[in-house]
Design a protein around this ligand. Structure first.
Ligand code: ZN
Length: 291
């Protein structure tokens, strides 16, 4: 297939990465660009459909994917995401957050900003397009619908699981960098498409579940480097693992994401470290400085 790559514009032949899209139609698939190593949704949606989706349909869509998070009950969702994500995010926030102010782009219910003000005296801002989410965010944070709404320059910008959803990741990063002060810091997380369940265990059910319509892009370490190298920045990429051996065992043995917890904390901790060492980590944390 000779299709233009939305990241590097290469028109060279694309290979099919996965021919099924969760939440998509029969003609949807994911293609791999050999030049920049990105995987992208094809046919690629138009910009209006993408922004409409986040205003209206996001909760309903996510309820079908991970009901345990309670996407429709935002207060429960807040609690569940705080419990799942803050132990991972706090490792980097405690170490790398600079003094001054912080803006969390795609801040959801504001749980990350709440964690930050519980630890540091820092002015907090968030960007959240969903009207329902905005209603429950702590009034201590200043919230915008869009990053372009403000002229403020930030010391820190955060975005968790945003880059794989945006229509134009290069433009998104360019806007974020333009809102960052000189030497300002950006901290963000993205999923790694070469995670253990996909690349090591090669599980068909998992592949069909994880390759979803809402993700326009799937990054690898090489493809995120390709993008970051276009900017005047200094960056570091950390290999991180959210899901433990209990979760992986259930996928391997039961071909599903279920709740059974069979293995000890000690084993799970060791397993996660091994997975990262072998580059089958499930996400990356990226810390960068604007030069
Ligand atoms: Zn490309």
């Amino acid at each position: 297939m000779k299709i233009k790559c939305p990241i590097c514009n290469s028109i060279k032949e694309k290979e099919i990465w996965h021919n099924k899209v969760w939440g998509g139609s029969k003609k949807d698939k994911f293609l791999h660009c050999i030049k920049c190593d990105i995987v992208f949704l094809y046919p690629f949606p138009n910009v209006k459909d993408v922004s409409r989706f986040y205003k209206i349909n996001f909760g309903t869509y996510m309820e079908g994917r991970s009901p345990e998070i309670n996407w429709k009950d935002l207060k429960k969702q807040y609690k569940n995401l705080y419990k799942r994500e803050i132990p991972l995010r706090s490792v980097y926030l405690d170490k790398y957050l600079k003094k001054g102010n912080v803006c969390d782009v795609g801040c959801s219910t504001g749980f990350t900003l709440d964690y930050i003000i519980s630890k540091k005296k820092i002015k907090t801002y968030g960007v959240e397009p969903s009207i329902e989410h905005q209603k429950i965010i702590n009034k201590k944070h200043t919230i915008f619908n869009d990053l372009n709404e403000t002229q403020i320059k930030f010391d820190n910008i955060l975005h968790y699981y945003v880059l794989e959803h945006v229509y134009d990741p290069l433009l998104f990063l360019k806007i974020c960098l333009s809102k960052l002060k000189k030497n300002g810091r950006m901290i963000f997380e993205i999923p790694n498409r070469n995670d253990a369940l996909f690349s090591l265990y090669n599980l068909q059910n998992y592949k069909d579940f994880i390759m979803q319509k809402m993700h326009l892009f799937y990054f690898s370490e090489d493809s995120i480097k390709f993008i970051l190298d276009k900017f005047k920045i200094k960056y570091e990429i950390f290999k991180c693992q959210r899901y433990d051996y209990n979760n992986h065992y259930n996928w391997i043995a039961n071909n599903a994401n279920n709740k059974k917890r069979l293995f000890s904390f000690k084993l799970n901790d060791l397993y996660k470290k091994e997975i990262c060492k072998k580059k089958f980590n499930d996400h990356f944390t990226i810390i960068l400085n604007k030069l």
